[in-house]
Design a protein around this ligand. Structure first.
Ligand SMILES: [Zn+2]
Length: 476
C-alpha cells in the first residue's frame, strides 16, 4: 500500500505520516459549540475528518477519534438569555440536531465525544499546572495565560505579535499583564453556569476545554489535530501553548490539519447577505441532498475553499444517480477476496492516502464505473486503462464491487440503490441517531427533550416502540 502523507500546517510541509504508536493512532478534532443549528461550513470538518478516520481505520489496528462538544460557552449563555430557554435544553436539543444532521451526511460518530461540562475537573488541573509552571496567573477572579512566558507562541499559525494582537479581538482588561494574554478561567455570577475552583466560582475559557479533553482521551502527545482553518488562530495556537506548557517536554499534536472554508454563491456566509444556509435548509431539498452535499465537498480538495451553489448540489446528485443506476443492475457478485477487485479498489483510494486527494479519488470512481460499463455492455476502456497503467480486463461485476468498496471509504454509495432510485435516500442512519439522542436525553432525565425527539420522528412517520431490549422503529 502507498504510504500516508499529509500537509502539516505546523511545518507548512507535506510529511510522511508515522504514528507515535503504529498500533494505536490518535486523532482529535474540534467539535461544535452547541447553541444553534449547524451551517454548511460546520459540516466540512466533520466530513473531511470522517474520511480521514475511515482511511486510518483501514490502515491501522486501532484508531481513537475524539471530537468534543462545547456545551459551556458565552454564546450559549447569550442565547439562553435572549430566548429564555434553559441552557441544558438548548445544548441537549442542539447536540441531537447536530448528530442527526451529520448522520444525514453519512458521517460516522467519533469514538469519543466528550462534553466540556463533563471535564471541568481536568481543566482545573491543567490551569493549576500552568500556574505552578509559571505560565499563568490569577487576577480578579480570572486566570490568564501569560503569552510572554512561552517563546514559541505564534509559531503554529506563523504570526508575529502584532498580527496576533490584530487578529484576536483583544479585550483590554485591567487584570491582564499583557494585552495578548488569554482567559483560562473566568468568574460566573449566580445567573451563569459555574463550578467551584481555587479561584472562586467560575467557568472555563473555550481554549482550555480542548486541551483538557485531548489530554484525557489521547494523552499529552498524539498524532493528528484537525479543525477548520478559521480555528488556527487563536484557538489552536492557544490549545498548543496551554498543553505544552502544562506538560513540559511534551509536543501535543504531531500533525495539524486544517480544512478550507465554505462560501455560498461566491461569498462568505452571513445573515445580513441572506446567503446563510443551515444543513436543515440544505437537507430540505430532498432525501438525496445529504449524500449529494458530501460528494460536492469531496470533489474539492479539503484545503481549498469551496463555493456552494444549488446548481453544484444538483450536479453532485446527478453523478450519484449515475453510480446508483449502475449498482441496481443486478451484476454478479465476485468472491469477497477477489484479488482484482482489491487491486482496483486500492488504486481508486491511492489519492486519498496522499493528503486526502478526494477529488482524484472521485474521478477514479468514475473510471471504475466506465470499466464496469465496458465489461457489461461493451465499448472501449482504452482511455481509462491508459490512466491506470495496467491492463485490467475485469469480468462483469468486478469493477462495480471495487467501486462500492472504494466509495465506502469516502462514505459514499452506502444507500440501498433501489431506494435511491425511488427518489429516497436510506435515512435509517439519521433515525438511529435521533433514537440514540432520545435515549441520552432520557438517561439525563431530560423528559421534555426526549418527548420532542419522539414528536419530531412521529411527524416524519416513524413509530418508536420501547421494549425490554431497547427501542425499535418502523414506518407508520
Ligand atoms: Zn478545539
Amino acid at each position: 500500500m502507498t504510504e500516508l502523507a499529509f500537509h502539516n500546517s505546523a511545518t507548512r510541509q507535506r510529511e510522511i505520516f508515522a504514528p507515535i504508536d503504529p498500533q494505536h493512532v490518535r486523532l482529535y478534532v474540534c467539535g461544535p459549540t452547541v447553541y444553534d443549528l449547524a451551517h454548511l461550513g460546520n459540516a466540512r470538518p466533520v466530513v473531511v475528518f470522517d474520511v480521514l478516520a475511515r482511511l486510518l481505520r483501514r490502515r491501522f489496528p486501532r484508531v481513537t477519534y475524539v471530537r468534543n462538544i462545547t456545551d459551556v460557552d458565552d454564546k450559549i449563555n447569550a442565547r439562553s438569555q435572549e430566548s429564555g430557554e434553559p441552557i441544558a435544553a438548548i445544548t441537549a436539543r442542539t447536540t441531537a440536531d447536530f448528530h442527526a444532521d451529520m448522520a444525514a451526511l453519512n458521517c460516522l460518530p467519533p469514538d469519543e465525544e466528550p462534553r466540556a461540562t463533563g471535564n471541568i475537573d481536568r481543566m482545573i488541573t491543567l490551569i493549576e499546572r500552568l500556574i505552578a509552571n509559571g505560565h499563568a496567573y490569577a487576577a480578579d477572579g480570572h486566570v490568564l495565560f501569560a503569552v510572554n512566558s512561552y517563546a514559541d507562541y505564534g509559531r503554529l499559525s506563523g504570526r508575529s505579535t502584532e498580527e496576533m494582537l490584530a487578529g484576536a479581538r483583544i479585550e483590554v482588561a485591567p487584570y491582564k499583564r499583557d494585552p495578548g494574554d488569554f482567559v483560562l478561567w473566568k468568574p460566573s455570577g449566580d445567573d451563569l453556569p459555574g463550578w467551584d475552583s481555587p479561584w472562586g466560582r467560575g467557568r472555563p475559557g473555550w481554549h482550555i476545554e480542548c486541551s483538557a479533553m485531548a489530554w484525557r482521551y489521547l494523552g499529552t502527545d498524539f498524532d493528528i489535530h484537525g479543525g477548520g482553518h478559521d480555528l488556527l488562530f487563536p484557538h489552536h495556537e492557544n490549545e498548543l501553548a496551554q498543553s505544552v506548557c502544562a506538560f513540559p517536554g511534551s509536543r501535543f499534536a504531531r500533525t495539524w490539519m486544517h480544512n478550507g472554508m465554505v462560501l455560498v454563491n461566491g461569498e462568505k456566509m452571513s445573515k445580513s447577505l441572506g446567503n446563510f444556509l443551515t444543513l436543515r435548509d440544505l437537507l430540505a431539498n430532498g432525501p438525496w441532498a445529504g449524500e449529494a452535499f458530501r460528494l460536492l465537498l469531496l470533489k474539492t480538495h479539503y484545503r481549498s475553499a469551496i463555493d456552494y451553489t444549488l446548481d453544484r448540489l444538483h450536479e453532485a446528485r446527478g453523478e450519484l444517480d449515475d453510480f446508483y443506476a449502475l449498482l441496481t443492475r443486478g451484476l454478479p457478485e465476485p468472491e469477497e477476496d477477489d484479488p482484482l477487485v482489491a487491486e482496483m479498489a486500492e488504486w481508486a483510494l491511492e489519492p486519498v492516502a496522499d493528503d486526502l486527494n478526494t477529488p482524484l479519488a472521485v474521478a477514479r470512481l468514475r473510471d471504475l464505473r466506465t470499466l464496469e460499463n465496458v465489461a457489461t455492455v461493451g465499448g472501449s476502456a482504452t482511455a481509462v486503462l491508459s490512466r491506470v497503467g495496467r491492463n485490467w480486463q475485469p469480468a462483469s461485476g468486478q469493477a462495480a464491487a471495487a467501486l462500492r468498496q472504494a466509495a465506502g471509504v469516502l462514505g459514499l454509495l452506502s444507500a440501498d440503490p433501489r431506494t435511491w432510485r425511488q427518489g429516497g435516500a436510506d435515512d435509517g442512519a439519521a433515525i438511529e441517531a435521533a433514537i440514540a439522542a432520545r435515549l441520552a436525553a432520557r438517561a439525563a432525565r431530560n423528559w421534555a427533550e426526549a418527548d420532542r425527539i419522539r414528536a419530531e420522528l412521529t411527524a416524519q412517520g416513524i413509530v418508536l416502540e420501547d421494549g425490554p431490549s431497547g427501542t425499535t422503529w418502523r414506518r407508520a
